[in-house]
Design a protein around this ligand. Structure first.
Ligand code: SUD
Ligand code: ADP
Length: 272
């Protein structure tokens, strides 16, 4: 029997790089939330592994072991057929592949009625956080996770369609030992977190802009729109997000940006 699962876009509201391990991986302090928009998957037990990909961003998604979904199933240790509806741009800083892998693990845990034995971190640093699927503080290289109390936020996601390879962006950091987030706020409503969020950073933003200057243009564009409280890049880019005072501002901002840039990927979403 097929099991359907949702793989939401992952957004790093903050991304502080606080150090580097001897194996080259960077230590992070990041507040991660998830959008109400993402990929959709159907996972069915099968005698051999297979994957089919449909949807607006199907092109270029690997159809073999290079696909994180496939590797997640192998780590789980059973064969399945995976149907992936790819709605998220890839290599975009919103964890598409990682969220898909976490969704496959969740589906297989339901289907085979057991927990995964292998370590999802071996699939990628972002897979454990994507398995949480709600507001979480991520530290270490992505292996230390603590649930957070954070209000839902109205946002617009914008991807200008340029690729920024994650290792290249990390290599472009001028400082690898930066301050972490400190104590998180204890908010009740979105307005309680706006000032705190503005005071935080994404340390990968500057090297990503250096690699792809259009990211700076996206952030400038978002910053000038009515009702915006914050514009920042997610992950290693190139997707940026704007946080808006309410959903109507976000909806109008999304329409405005899409009209000005028909070839960009733009979505008004709720983050939680
Ligand atoms: C930067 C982040 C922030 O959430 O997001 P994305 O931009 O990928 O969405 C993640 O840490 C990315 O996680 P993920 O994409 O799973 O990373 P991996 O496949 O494990 O590693 C890809 C490459 O990124 C670099 N890397 C990744 C994570 C980390 N903590 N330090 C690193 O230096 C390494 O160069 C590594 O070879
Ligand atoms: N299920 C998947 N969906 C998208 N890309 C995938 C998937 N599995 C593997 N990949 C590969 O991983 C790369 C990074 O994709 P993704 O996880 O979306 O980016 P990011 O790590 O920036 O959030 C892609 O270029 C693609 O070749």
């Amino acid at each position: 029997m097929a099991t359907e699962v949702f793989a939401p876009a992952k957004i790093n509201l903050t991304l502080h790089v606080t150090g580097q391990r001897s194996d080259g991986y960077h230590l992070l302090d990041s507040l991660v939330v998830f959008a109400d928009f993402g990929d959709r998957l159907r996972v069915t037990p099968a005698s051999e592994m297979s994957i089919t990909v449909t949807g607006p961003f199907a092109e270029g998604v690997p159809l073999d072991q290079r696909n994180l979904c496939w590797r997640a199933a192998e780590l789980f240790g059973e064969t399945v057929s995976i149907e992936l509806e790819k709605n998220l741009p890839h290599a975009a800083g919103i964890g598409g592949g990682s969220s898909d892998a976490a969704a496959v693990i969740s589906a297989m845990e339901q289907i085979f009625d057991r927990a995964i034995q292998g370590d999802p971190l071996t699939l990628g640093a972002d897979v454990p956080v994507c398995a949480v699927g709600k507001a979480v503080r991520m530290q270490g290289i992505g292996d230390q996770l603590g649930l957070c109390h954070f209000p839902p936020l109205c946002a617009v996601l914008v991807n200008p369609g340029v690729l920024v390879p994650t290792p290249l962006v990390f290599q472009g950091l001028t400082s690898k030992e930066n301050p972490g987030m400190g104590a998180l706020p204890q908010p009740d409503v979105p307005s309680d977190v706006w000032d705190w969020l503005v005071a935080q950073r994404n340390d990968l933003q500057a090297p990503a802009i250096a690699a792809q200057p259009v990211i700076g243009g996206v952030l400038e564009g978002l910053s000038g729109l009515a009702g915006v409280r914050l514009a920042r890049m997610s992950g290693s880019g190139a997707t940026c997000f704007g946080i808006f005072e309410h959903a109507e501002f976000a909806k109008r901002a999304a329409q405005h940006i899409q009209k000005a840039h028909p070839d960009w990927w733009v979505r008004a979403v709720q983050l939680s």
